[in-house]
Design a protein around this ligand. Structure first.
Ligand SMILES: [Ca+2]
Length: 131
């Protein structure tokens, strides 16, 4: 578990959601990167403390997210981190922003046209955002 910052948590949510159907397509990876970058720029999430938010900062977040995902004991642990991440984002950014993130996740998942399994995941995100 290496998620340290809000950006790390968002990156993890994107990684988890993108891989939920069992694979990451190139479109999903690309879309996920642009979602993270947009959010980090908007909220000025400078990860390496050099005073600007650029792709280096997103890279740090993605590395921690992927490493956390790959090193998790099992699928339940991966899911637990995902849910914790969602609650953390809601706490820090508010429910409206979590709803915005949910909409963007949906777009990402639709990028490869495989959404059936992922709809359940989106329901969870929306439930947390609406609670
Ligand atoms: Ca920076």
């Amino acid at each position: 578990m290496e998620l340290k910052t809000l950006a790390d948590c968002v990156a993890y949510i994107i990684v988890y959601a993108g891989g939920f159907d069992g694979h990451h397509s190139d479109e999903e990876v690309q879309k996920g990167g642009s979602i993270l970058m947009g959010l980090m720029t908007h909220f000025e999430l400078d990860q390496d403390g050099d005073g600007d938010v650029d792709s280096d900062d997103a890279q740090i977040a993605f590395e921690r997210a992927v490493s956390t995902y790959n090193n998790a004991e099992d699928g339940n642990t991966q899911t637990k981190y995902f849910l914790n991440g969602l609650h953390f984002v809601k706490e820090k950014l508010g429910k409206e922003n979590l709803q915005v993130l949910a909409t963007k996740l949906k777009e990402m998942m639709e990028a490869d046209g495989l959404v059936e399994q992922e709809e359940k995941l989106l329901e969870v995100v929306n439930e947390i955002a609406a609670a």
